[in-house]
Design a protein. Structure first.
Length: 295
């Protein structure tokens, strides 16, 4: 049974977040709304070494431990938000915890729909990854992301494998969005239980992000990409997450291609629960951080 905190957060999200995505009209208003600031919280900038640079015209934040030498291991973290919303304090909190494990954490802040599409994001994150792996020893890099950012991360891993380029040691994803069409018939049974996501709104977000391209394109739906040669992958998902059926399909496709996939499923948990201040989220974060300490 989910914890009392998770049940309370689920009720809150159903009234707030799911309502924003429950109809195409509401989703279009959310897409068109001004974007929140993407800067890390001020206390974080005092507690860590946080720098900013531009790559291909987009900002990248780098978070390092406050003291000590340059970290010898790194994480590239791609935030979620349905490709239309900015990074949040919940994301920055996990990023800070990753830095606490002695990691340099690269945070590419890709352009959001409706002003930007996936066609700008892919070369941007490719460049950030190439710059990072030129500076960090081989075998000591992790690619991570949640929700929409998890989809971007999975697509990046596939491109690296296809090119024979240096890929991550491991990929850690929190409920990644891996099928832009969301036409899996098993989703219908989950949608009413998901307190956060709604297909009506997600379809509008994907339409804006795709910019006229087919949502089944592997750049938008890495479920349909080539999985051979990709990095071992940890995927965290709750059973009350609309993406759960597609992530079971992802595991099947990856395993058929010989790619290791650990699908960590939390009963009763909502979308991207490892980011949330709840017991289930805390346990997932501890597992993620333990993996980083082994690099």
């Amino acid at each position: 049974m989910p914890s009392a905190t998770t049940r309370a957060l689920s009720l809150l999200f159903r009234v707030t977040r799911k309502r924003q995505m429950s109809t195409p009209e509401r989703a279009r208003r959310r897409i068109a709304a001004p974007k929140d600031g993407a800067a890390p919280p001020a206390p974080m900038c005092h507690a860590y070494r946080v720098t900013r640079r531009e790559v291909s015209g987009f900002p990248v934040r780098t978070v390092r431990p406050k003291d000590g030498p340059e970290p010898g291991k790194a994480v590239l973290y791609l935030h979620g938000g349905a490709y239309v919303s900015s990074i949040t304090p919940w994301h920055w909190r996990l990023i800070a915890l990753m830095a606490d494990q002695g990691c340099r954490v690269e945070v590419p802040l890709y352009g959001l729909a409706p002003d930007h599409t996936h066609r700008e994001a892919h070369p941007f994150v490719d460049r950030v990854w190439a710059d990072l792996t030129a500076e960090v020893p081989a075998g000591r890099t992790v690619l991570a992301g949640d929700s929409a950012g998890g989809g971007l991360a999975a697509a990046l891993d596939q491109r690296l494998a296809a090119r024979g380029a240096e890929g991550p040691t491991r990929t850690i994803l929190l409920a990644p969005w891996v099928d832009g069409a969301l036409d899996n018939p098993e989703i219908a049974a989950i949608e009413s239980r998901d307190p956060w996501l709604a297909r009506a709104g997600l379809h509008e977000c994907m339409r804006a992000w795709a910019g006229g391209d087919d949502p089944a394109d592997p750049r938008l739906s890495p479920l349909y990409g080539q999985h051979e040669g990709t990095a071992p992958m940890d995927v965290h998902v709750g059973t009350h997450d609309l993406f759960w059926p597609d992530l079971r399909r992802l595991r099947e496709r990856r395993e058929a291609a010989g790619a290791r996939t650990d699908l960590i499923t939390c009963p009763g948990a909502f979308h991207v629960y490892p980011l949330a201040p709840c017991p289930e989220g805390r346990r997932a974060r501890m597992r993620i951080l333990a993996a980083l300490r082994t690099l």
